[in-house]
Design a protein around this ligand. Structure first.
Ligand code: UD2
Ligand code: MN
Length: 578
């Protein structure tokens, strides 16, 4: 198979460019005068392995030496190296950054078929043999205003690192991109040169990523679906691990490790392999560390939630699960919907530590959401729908920490509640019990605000982003009764939680300790505060004779217990009943 690539005439990178045969493939430009031909080979092709029986019967993930391409090794970005814009690129780099919120000028200089290292751990490498009867897949990539070279590199990486026989099709769906000529005819011409069936669909009107994925999934006919973002590079062996897991259990959602491509230099950084997906009281997806997992783990990791962008799923199972809630608009929340639904309705979600896909994490969102409302309103309405359908009584906690979610109308969810009934799903409480998520209430006595007699309330001071609270100093602020950062949870083991963080005297200080938020830890008595019903004091269990105390107006500190001090008298104002 021969691939036609195109080079732009304004190229300034020097020698390599003038040797078309060996030049790395570059993005198609408006002119195809300088086209270069590059060969695509299916590195898993049976015919290439002669009489080797192993290779005839199995897919063998190639050794690293076999996956290195023929690009000059010092070409920008080869082997995942960082490429920061040289002086002559700075202007373009700056001027065009906001188009995608990553450096497209840098991406444009990196070969579409750049080599990437094999970053699988040793145990994963030992599992490099897969039976030829794996299910095939429809790869679904939806995009809105995607950059040219990032999208094409996504495609080239797929073709170069996947057994072609397993790619039933690639479905590209352009979600009404605006003013991006290269996504029209040039993209169509490009995909016609690919050796695997690839189709390009286009939305007349913007649908958002959720409805776009549903639309593409309805067109797909492969045995499984493989969802990807439009700015990724798949790495050696990636798909085989995912499909094998689905073959073992068709009610699985299987995610790869998401490695990082930096937005400024397109450098490959290894994603952690000892984490799983959780979520905060504000419904924000996040990663949590799994203690005790070795770096050499090659077993799938059960994960409560998934990031959402990259996963494989049996196509009919995706349908059985009711695909996505299409009341969820544009972006956000659909990953939690899918996660809760899957676990609560009998499926499982795993991260396969051997499957690696690198994703460009943008600096910020580059595109508009809906015309008539702000980004946050759209996202909170999405969360509202997820909370209404799946969270049972726990939605009260979500509402308390983000009253906007309570206030906003997410629209009619009756059909999704019907779906939940039809699928005979278990309760959110069961889901939480299964994973014992640290930030969710287990054995709690109370959820609400904690105040002194002078109406100062403990405040986490974490701002709108709850995931940034680690080590922040808590404070005593005027009670506002609006929930949010004044919502704490007091457990039967005497810990005071703010999400998965706990109140603790600053361990860095020997005296006059301020109170900060640290990761809750059952073994740390420093985090335990015994409430004395008689005196209303919160006594620290580790620092004997020391109490939670407000000094001055707002400083919350540890101080010698003194029953005469009103600044040590705390009361609990229950705001959430669970
Ligand atoms: C993360 C997920 C993404 C999705 C989202 C939450 C990863 C790596 N990515 O997105 O898949 O779960 O969180 O909703 O886990 N897009 C459209 N139409 C739109 C908006 C976006 O097609 O109206 C496309 C976009 O071009 C991209 C994908 O949707 O291919 C995800 O959007 P993103 O890359 O801007 O956001 P990201 O990576 O934070
Ligand atoms: Mn993305």
């Amino acid at each position: 198979h021969v691939l036609i690539g195109f080079c732009s005439e304004s190229d300034q990178e020097g020698e390599h460019y003038r040797q078309p045969r060996s030049a790395p493939i570059r993005s198609p430009s408006s002119s195809d005068k300088n086209s270069v031909k590059l060969k695509f080979t299916d590195i898993y092709n049976k015919d290439l392995c002669g009489k080797d029986q192993d290779c005839q019967d199995n897919f063998i993930v190639p050794e690293e030496s076999a996956i290195i391409n023929s690009n000059p090794p010092n070409w920008p970005g080869e082997m995942g190296s960082a490429y920061l814009p040289p002086d002559h690129l700075l202007e373009e780099s700056k001027a065009r950054f906001a188009e995608n919120m990553f450096d497209i000028a840098v991406s444009d200089r990196i070969a579409l078929d750049r080599a990437m290292p094999d970053i699988r751990n040793e145990n994963c490498k030992a599992h490099s043999k897969f039976n030829h009867n794996l299910p095939n897949t429809s790869i679904i990539i939806v995009f809105h205003n995607e950059g040219n070279s990032t999208l094409l590199r996504t495609l080239v990486s797929i073709v170069n690192r996947t057994p072609w026989r397993l790619i039933h099709e690639i479905i590209l769906l352009d979600d009404a991109s605006v003013d991006r000529e290269y996504l029209n005819e040039p993209l169509q011409r490009f995909i016609e040169t690919l050796p695997v069936r690839t189709i390009l669909l286009k939305n007349e009107k913007r649908l958002g990523l959720i409805s776009s994925r549903v639309k593409a999934a309805k067109v797909a006919t492969g045995e499984t679906l493989m969802f990807l973002d439009s700015h990724v590079e798949v790495l050696n062996g990636w798909l085989l691990y995912l499909l094998e897991e689905i073959q073992k259990d068709r009610t699985s959602i299987v995610c790869p490790i998401i490695d990082v491509l930096t937005y400024d230099a397109f450098q490959l950084l290894h994603g952690a392999t000892d984490i799983f997906g959780t979520f905060s009281w504000k419904m924000i997806f996040r990663w949590s560390k799994i203690p005790g997992l070795t770096a050499n783990n090659a077993q799938p990791i059960s994960t409560p939630t998934m990031a959402g962008g990259l996963y494989a799923i049996d196509r009919l199972y995706f349908e059985e699960l009711g695909m996505y809630d299409e009341g969820i608009k544009i972006w956000g929340g659909e990953n939690l919907e899918m996660s809760f639904k899957c676990w609560m309705c009998g499926g499982r979600i795993v991260i396969h530590p051997c499957s690696h896909v690198a994703h460009v994490f943008r600096k910020e969102t580059p595109y508009k959401f809906l015309e008539h409302e702000s980004i946050f309103v759209t996202i909170f309405k999405n969360y509202k729908r997820v909370a209404l359908v799946w969270l049972d009584e726990y939605k009260e906690l979500i509402y308390a920490v983000n009253p906007d979610i309570k206030r906003l109308d997410g629209g009619d969810v009756s059909s999704r509640i019907e779906l939940r009934k039809k699928l005979n799903c278990s309760s959110f409480r069961d889901f939480l019990d299964r994973f014992q998520l640290k930030n969710f209430p287990f054995n709690h006595r109370f959820i609400g605000s904690i105040s002194t007699s002078s109406r100062r309330c403990l405040d986490s001071m974490t701002g709108p982003d709850i995931s940034k609270g680690l080590n922040t100093q808590v404070s005593a602020q005027a009670c506002h009764a609006e929930g949010g950062n004044q919502i704490f949870l007091y457990t039967t083991s005497n810990k005071i939680h703010f999400d998965e963080l706990c109140l603790e005297p600053n361990p860095e200080k020997a005296s006059n300790q301020d109170i900060i938020l640290t990761l809750c830890n059952d073994e740390r008595n420093q985090q335990n505060w015994e409430y004395d019903q008689q005196t209303s004091q919160l006594k620290n269990e580790f620092y004997q004779g020391q109490c939670l105390h407000v000094s001055g107006n707002s400083d919350v500190v540890l101080a010698r217990c003194d029953t005469n001090k009103p600044s040590q008298k705390w009361s609990f104002n229950q705001e959430v009943q669970l």
